[in-house]
Write a new protein. Structure first.
Length: 161
């Protein structure tokens, strides 16, 4: 597994005159996503809205997060079922992981069935949404943490905002 020499992260950015940390990661192997998962969980987000092309690592990152949280079953892509819910035992920050895949969402009429507002308000729940850019306007009032994947050859650049 890579060390921080393999995964670059935490670059300072200036926004409106304020200095803040905006996590950015350069990932060289799928195993490096474990470090990204740990960093994201350290932020204790409620919703992670993942954006990136097919094969960028969105599901692999979700699997790494599931493993770090202690999810016992295999975290799989919910492409055809749209949503998977996993129970988490013995984690002080989270007791539920909700994995949503919006790749097949075609209209806003399909969104209420996902009940994202319920999950976002539920304590100790982490919602991870793949292809979140397809429902960007719907997510705005929920204030997700955006995780953007850019593929550069065999590496992935991941930005968190």
């Amino acid at each position: 597994m890579g060390q921080y020499s393999t995964v670059h992260c935490l670059h300072d950015r200036v926004n409106s005159g304020r200095l803040f940390h905006m996590p950015e990661f350069t990932v060289h192997t799928p195993a490096d996503l474990t470090l990204v998962a740990d960093a994201l969980l350290g932020m204790t987000p409620t919703i992670l809205a993942c954006v990136g092309p097919l094969g960028a690592g969105k599901t692999t990152l979700t699997q790494a997060i599931g493993k770090a949280l202690g999810v016992r079953e295999q975290v799989t892509s919910p492409t055809y079922v749209l949503q998977q819910v996993y129970r988490i035992a013995r984690n002080p920050a989270y007791d539920t992981l909700v994995h949503v895949d919006c790749y097949r969402i075609k209209t806003d009429h399909e969104l209420p069935a996902l009940d994202l507002a319920y999950w976002a308000e539920r304590p100790k729940t982490l919602v991870i949404i793949e292809w979140a850019d397809r429902i960007r306007n719907y997510l705005k009032p929920l204030h997700p943490t955006w995780v953007t994947f850019v593929v550069r050859g065999e590496t992935r650049e991941i930005t968190v905002r």
